[in-house]
Design a binder for this molecule. Structure first.
Ligand code: PRX
Length: 674
């Protein structure tokens, strides 16, 4: 496996050696049934059409949207790597997601079946959504938001989250949604970077059976006093007490409910920014990935229709992602609504009040398409087959997976237990940066292979290359690149043109470097092998090792820290931190075990700096870190320790005894990995 990037220094994830060989030896195949193939939105000819005329193919997809001013140019790549798609056209995202369906006579169709965690429900038809979004757009304008202004959204998964996003889109104000699991500090840096002038939040949301607060984090973020935020619009969801800053804070129900329910959508240029979404990179500072309107919407609508085989008049679609992540942007807020789908939105956790909650919802709403992450599937596997068996899941006809590699066993379980051995399963590979699904089976076409994302979608060109950027061919590992521009591609990193070019376009000139290792098998199908950079994937959430290290060293007791993603049966990877304490703190850490003062304090500090999603599973206090002679931390060796493996080759270490010291220290304390 020496040619495989997974396993080389700098790699943080991915199966290697025997594990990889076992994966690729996966021989089970699941061709679509003739009945499914006969009714599918996409047939084999779609690949041929796209290959024959790639730009013509994308132009045809784009024309499925409604344009206020039709475009005449398809792609301008002269300013590469900054693409311009459909640049002389004008359109509005909210009009396309909502109004055009109402105008087509579909106003009574349910857009959203929303279910709160405590069991309260709301149903919004497309006509309801049009009125709500219009009211909210009028309210935003009354608060001074203008086309081009940025709006931060920090909400639980309630209908207002989607209404807020679409209201921003309606006036051409790029939104920046920040996941509710991020801390006040993380929210603050994102508000500052995007220079948002408005924050939309809620008093809180329901999580694990109890109200959790959100507004205090906004107050704390704004207490820095250095942001351009003028107003905070607050949805009342839980009726908790909130601190109130008069003049700045405004209740949603006061500003929105009384606003006029008619609003003229602002048609913007296709390249007008639609949203910024922050994601972790290899440095300590998150990247503001920004997407523009025409190309992104084209990618969202097309991929949502062909990958899930969506039939808008009969399907009930449910993507379980939060709108704080890209999956919730493209496959909750935009894709389904652009296609006029009926979807389910659920606020809470899968085991509240019982472990069958999701399956109860599938039964209740007759969900036909379910899109979720492997971590969730592995959790359900642990809970046992008898839980879903108590519910009627026979409505399901397509299952999707996203966010991390799905191991064949989880794939098979998903299809058998949830899909009744009947449904196609689509393993979809993509990223915040790609805007939409890039590599995935098509459910009516592809002979599915458990564990492999298989083939680039029609219109998408991907390759696996070596260090020199040359295709490695079948059977060899390499780096995944996208070789042609696509409409939904990121247009940049907000405020950092240079970092955009350096991060994605410099390693393999002319190609987009995804940061993932991959391998094609003998059929040419793509297997994703995990990140080849310092990015971890915990429960399908992207985290940066460097960002967590920076958080740890900002604690006064910490001298140095190294973080690795160690493989974890349920979450894919888990955060494991190795920490060297400052001399004065060492005394406090007489017993540096998992429950000790020091470890608890460091954990709490990471939660404060980044959020609960970044909380290390283990923090190991060590006397030294393994470094090369040039001072680079060898994370590969730390992963060996964290994953209980024999420590690998240490000959390039400046001090080869360091690993012995680390292992001895761990065995002598209670700090061994959980
Ligand atoms: O490593 C890949 C992994 O998730 C990364 C992108 O993370 P993010 O931008 O947060 O978007 C997640 C949802 C699209 C990728 O670089 N990843 C995503 N989907 C898959 C995957 N790895 C393997 N198989 C997938 N299907």
């Amino acid at each position: 496996m020496s040619e495989t990037p997974a396993g080389t220094p700098g790699t943080t994830a991915g199966p290697s050696g025997d594990a990889l060989e076992n994966l690729l030896a996966e021989g089970r195949r699941f061709p679509p049934s003739p009945e499914f193939a006969a009714q599918a939105n996409a047939g084999p000819d779609l690949y041929a059409d796209a290959a024959a005329d790639r730009l013509g193919f994308w132009a045809a997809r784009a024309r499925e949207l409604t344009w206020e001013t039709p475009f005449t140019e398809v792609l301008d790549w002269s300013g590469a790597p900054r693409a311009r798609w459909f640049a002389d056209g004008r359109l509005n995202a909210a009009y396309n997601a909502v109004d055009r369906h109402v105008e087509a006579g579909l106003g009574d169709r349910v857009a959203i079946h929303w279910e709160g965690e405590p069991g309260d429900t709301r149903t919004l038809t497309y006509a309801d959504l049009q009125r709500e979004v219009s009211r909210a757009a009028n309210a935003l304008e009354a608060l001074g938001v203008r086309t081009g202004d940025r709006v931060a959204i920090y909400l639980p998964l309630i209908p207002e989250a989607i209404v807020a996003m679409l209201a921003c889109a309606r006036i051409g104000a790029p939104h920046s949604v920040v996941f509710g699991g991020f801390s006040a500090e993380a929210l603050h840096t994102r508000i500052l970077d995007a220079e948002a002038s408005l924050v939309i939040t809620a008093d809180g949301g329901y999580r694990r059976g109890a109200p959790s607060a959100l507004k205090p984090a906004v107050d704390e973020a704004l207490a820095h006093g250095d942001t351009p935020v003028r107003h905070v619009l607050v949805v009342r969801r839980t009726a908790q007490d909130v601190d109130w800053t008069p003049g700045r804070d405004v209740w949603w129900h006061e500003a929105v409910d009384g606003a006029a329910d008619v609003h003229a959508p602002v048609a913007v240029e296709a390249e007008h920014p639609l949203f910024i979404l922050y994601t972790s990179g290899t440095t300590g500072k998150p990247k503001g990935i920004f997407h523009t309107t025409g190309g992104y919407l084209t990618q969202a609508a097309y991929t949502h229709s062909v990958v899930f085989d969506l039939k808008p008049d009969t399907d009930v679609y449910w993507c379980t992602a939060d709108v704080g992540w890209v999956t919730g942007h493209t496959y909750v807020a935009y894709g389904p609504l652009l296609n006029g789908a009926t979807q389910v939105l659920y606020e809470g956790t899968p085991d509240t009040p019982h472990k069958g909650r999701w399956w109860e919802l599938v039964q209740k709403y007759g969900v036909t398409i379910l899109y979720t992450a492997p971590t969730a599937i592995r959790t359900f596997m642990k809970w046992g087959e008898d839980v879903p068996a108590r519910f009627d899941l026979s409505s399901l006809r397509v299952l999707g997976s996203v966010g991390e590699p799905i191991n064949p066993e989880a794939w098979i379980w998903y299809r058998r237990v949830i899909g009744g051995d009947r449904t196609p399963v689509v393993d979809t590979w993509w990223q915040t940066e790609t805007g939409g699904i890039m590599i995935s089976p098509l459910p009516g076409v592809t002979r599915a292979k458990p564990g492999s994302a298989q083939v680039p979608l029609p219109g998408v060109s991907a390759e696996v290359v070596n260090e020199a950027g040359e295709p490695v061919g079948n059977g060899r590992g390499g780096y995944l690149v996208l070789t042609e521009p696509w409409p939904g591609m990121l247009r940049g990193i907000w405020g950092d043109e240079r970092r955009f070019a350096d991060t994605y376009w410099s390693r393999f000139p002319g190609f987009y470097f995804a940061g993932d290792g991959a391998k094609k098998d003998d059929d040419g199908d793509v297997w994703l092998l995990g990140r080849v950079d310092d990015v971890m994937n915990v429960s399908g959430h992207r985290l940066s090792t460097t960002e967590i290290e920076s958080a740890l060293v900002s604690h006064p007791w910490v001298a140095e820290a190294a973080v690795v993603g160690a493989s974890d049966e349920t979450t894919g990877q888990a955060v494991v931190a190795f920490v060297i304490l400052r001399a004065d703190a060492v005394e406090r850490a007489d017993e540096p075990g998992e429950g000790s003062d020091v470890v608890a304090s460091l954990r709490a500090h990471v939660v404060h700096e980044i959020g609960p999603i970044a909380k290390p599973r283990s923090i190991l206090i060590v006397p030294e870190l393994p470094k090369t002679r040039s001072g680079k931390i060898m994370r590969r060796l730390l992963r060996d320790v964290a994953e209980h493996r024999t420590v690998g080759d240490v000959t390039t270490l400046a001090d080869t005894s360091v690993m012995d010291m680390i292992s001895a220290g761990l065995h002598g304390s209670a700090a061994a990995p959980a």
